[in-house]
Design a protein around this ligand. Sequence first.
Ligand code: OXD
Length: 309
Amino acid sequence: MRVLIYHRDADQWRDVLRSRLPEATFDIAGDSGNPPADFLVAWKPPVSLLEEQTTLKGIVNLGAGVDALLQNPALPRDIPIVKLRDAGMGELIADYVRYGVFHFQRDFDRYRRQQASHEWREFDVVDKRDWGIGVLGLGAIGSHVAKALTADGFPVHGWSRTPKRIEGITCHDGDDGLDGLLGQVRTLVTLLPDTPATRQIVNRDTLAKLPPGASLINPGRGTLIDEAALLEALGKGTEEGQLRGALLDAFPAEPLAADSPLWSHPRILVTPHMAGPTPLGAAADQVADALNAMSKGEAVETIDPDAGY
Ligand code: OXD
């Protein structure tokens, strides 16, 4: 089998995959002019690359989100597309979210601002059991995050499009379920895929349904959030508005533009899409298994292009 790899760290991927599939041939792809391949292993391949690869029998997406791939107009629709499931990203993203939750629950955001004005003032701690957290999106990563927060002692509400049951998590679904969840949470975490149904799910209406002083953590997709509504809910300056603060890792256009107002807002923390880097080892096992199965014509767990994940 001939495999083409398109990734920023393509050499590393080639080495780990070669050690798992010694009989396969691996080539590293440029934007065009590549040898024809049976399988493409890629993260955000360019249109030109997909256009020239007319012999592909399958694609492995080197990430959990398939939005960029599905938006590629040259994506073949008649071959299996496999994405990475939780290959260790769940734990990394859970740590990121837990950091964010403690940032707000233990008032680190306020202490950081107080330090700037040399102010010594202690806040009463809100008990974890009274700090409801809403996790929008209960896929492999969302449910990992929800369980980690439950283990920390927070009451966790999860939301998904279709009904789910996860032990220890209060699960909600559908539009009514979303409204019910929003009213009960002090921190909202967005881990939904980017689909037409989820775009700007965090908008003026949803933000208004959160209790005053709630916080937002987005390690998911930038498109989930209506940025103008977010800035409006935060209000200006250091004075806490309807929304107390936000920790944002994903943006509709990345890198975040240098002149974006998000950078300088005193109650927004910006991180450069670093919440869930893909750990090579476990991910390489998943990629190798998928390539192996597809090359033998065996069934693989493929994405659903219509659902968008
Ligand atoms: C992913 C990502 O989807 O890194 O895996 O955003």
